[in-house]
Design a protein around this ligand. Structure first.
Ligand code: FE2
Length: 256
């Protein structure tokens, strides 16, 4: 089983690139199942039902979110119409949507879980006990966690703690892909899988705007960059006999 995971889709240019390129990526990597983090898909912060549908129509099987899950407030009303989209388990408002989805693929039950790290995230609880709670009674062959967090150490600790119990822990949020992909006791791990968004930018945001925010201390409206796009993610290869991860491959498609 090959599971393709694409990192944070940022704004219009990232969204359009993923919608355009996802089928070709799935062919290139022989993907059986695709997870896309869409938490920055709507103008850099949040997601809408319309964008959820675009990403699903492009070939995503599950959409994960993060600290900006509800930045577009309309999604609070719409999230129940998006059954393959999950929001972090340890984030307010706790009542909206689900944090775990189970889908069947080639006879396997694949559970995808979304959790926030603690550092700079306003999480309601630590990710480790939250994950333990989510795993109680969870009936799945393959478990993939999108751990959306800032701190590298937190994500590494989480993966080491749950290795042997889950199939993959994929870090998201920083938008900067790390080069530490590894298999820990049958668990595929990368601290951050990177973003799908504007390449000539500051984490997807317009460079000039970030500069004036920092140097002039001027209030700014979040302005995503446009233009050339980088697509980042990873491929997780899972052994069909054991359901353990055997390989993780970084994907980074930079513009020419
Ligand atoms: Fe984030």
């Amino acid at each position: 089983m090959n599971i393709l995971f694409l990192g944070d889709v940022v704004a219009r240019s990232g969204r359009e690139a993923v919608v355009r390129d996802l089928p070709a990526l799935q062919r290139e990597y022989g993907a059986d199942f695709t997870i896309v983090n869409g938490e920055n898909a709507a103008h850099g912060k949040g997601i809408t039902k319309k964008i959820y549908k675009q990403l699903m129509a492009a070939g995503a099987d599950v959409i994960t979110l993060g600290n900006h899950a509800f930045s577009k407030r309309e999604i609070l009303d719409d999230i129940n119409d998006c059954p393959a989209m999950i929001r972090p388990a340890n984030m307010e408002p706790l009542h909206a949507g689900s944090s775990c989805v189970i889908k069947e693929c080639h006879g396997k039950r694949i559970a995808v879980i979304n959790i926030l790290g603690m550092a700079f995230m306003n999480a309601t609880a630590h990710p480790i006990p939250v994950m333990e709670e989510l795993m109680k009674g969870l009936e799945a062959d393959i478990i993939i966690v999108d751990l959306h967090g800032e701190a590298t150490s937190e994500k590494i600790l989480f993966a080491r703690y749950f290795s042997g119990k889950v199939t993959a822990v994929i870090g998201t949020h920083t938008h900067v892909q790390t080069a530490d992909e590894t298999i820990i006791n049958g668990c595929a791990f990368i601290t951050d899988t990177g973003m799908c968004g504007p390449y000539d930018s500051v984490l997807g945001r317009d460079t000039g705007e970030v500069l004036s925010r920092l140097l002039d201390d001027m209030p700014t409206y979040y302005k995503p960059a446009s233009g050339r796009v980088v697509i980042c993610g990873c491929l997780i290869e899972v052994d069909d006999e054991t359901n353990r991860a055997v390989r993780i491959t970084r994907i980074q498609k930079r513009p020419e």
